[in-house]
Design a protein. Structure first.
Length: 94
């Protein structure tokens, strides 16, 4: 499954200002509340936003873990991000 960042979400990576800052800053426009992702949440969202097809495998590789060990948590985070409008699921071409 592939995810996209909606046009209504503005974001920036903390590392753009400070290489040691691994946070992701997001806001839903025009009047959403700021969201700051840290740690694994920032890594999961960033992987999904980059358009990788298998977010679980990508994140598992980043943490040197077996995909099955993190799949439920990653999928729960992604579902929550979609529900909050921070990501959308890209529909496959028919």
């Amino acid at each position: 499954m592939t995810y996209l960042v909606p046009d209504t979400v503005a974001y920036t990576f903390g590392s753009e200002l400070d290489p040691a800052d691994q946070r992701v800053f997001l806001v839903t426009l025009p009047d959403g509340h700021p969201v700051v992702l840290t740690g694994s949440a920032a890594i999961i969202w960033s992987a999904a936003a980059s358009g990788v097809v298998d977010v679980v495998a990508t994140v598992a590789g980043d943490f040197e873990l077996e995909p099955a060990a993190i799949q439920p948590d990653v999928e729960a985070f992604l579902a929550d991000a979609v529900a909050r409008g921070l990501l959308i699921v890209e529909e496959p071409d028919a």
